[in-house]
Design a protein around this ligand. Sequence first.
Ligand code: F6R
Length: 247
Amino acid sequence: MKIIKAMNYEEMSQLAADRVIDRVRSHPHFTLGLATGATPLGLYNKLVGDHQKNGTSYQGVVTFNLDEYIGLPPNHPNSYHYYMNQHLFDHIDIEEKNIHLPDGTAENLVKECIFYEKQIRQAGGIRLQILGIGQNGHIGFNEPGTSPDSRTHVVRLTESTRKANSHYFKSMEEVPACAITMGLATIIESEEIILLASGEHKSSTIDKLIHGDVHHQFPASLLKTHPNVTVIADQAALKMARAPRVY
Ligand code: F6R
């Protein structure tokens, strides 16, 4: 696992954007795995800026998002589909048919999970996956205890995750109880992974990621078994990490 220390959120976002842009430009048919949440907003903003200024094209890019809430349709302001449209897809030249998020309103959720896996396989797998990290070490919605062999599946969200996400909703009751997420095995099959972390509230999590053992109670630790993972974290997120080997 390679650790890149950024000065601040802005630099973290720029470093991540530079990598994505570089990959997209050198492989016009590229499969990109995407995350939602607060952390990648700066990255998406930079991708949009670059598209507008330099014309980087996403016409051959196929995307797969990590997760989606169950029960929220794509046009619901709190759905991850809506978030992606608002922050990225509506502002670049990606084709609608190349955008993939799990359908949280599917009648048969088990079938939907199997179908999502099939779509990823048919696209040739994910070349570059962007990840954020929850304070409890979750990636996607793979909460502590999730099997490393898990594929796309339905999860019941922990109270801590629902609480962390509740500020996007009017009340805690509105936060969905369940979601569909890519599994840990799905994520780890990506050719390359970039994990972003920003802020002091992530510092003990990042310390644990860098220095802790691989353990199923800390899902992100599985990334240590992957040959091509880069953590781009800002100074605040690296505050507690004891002498990481930084680049
Ligand atoms: C979102 C996702 C989550 C977030 C994580 C961190 O698609 O998969 O694992 O990356 O909860 O969220 P933020 O960035 O809001 O701190």
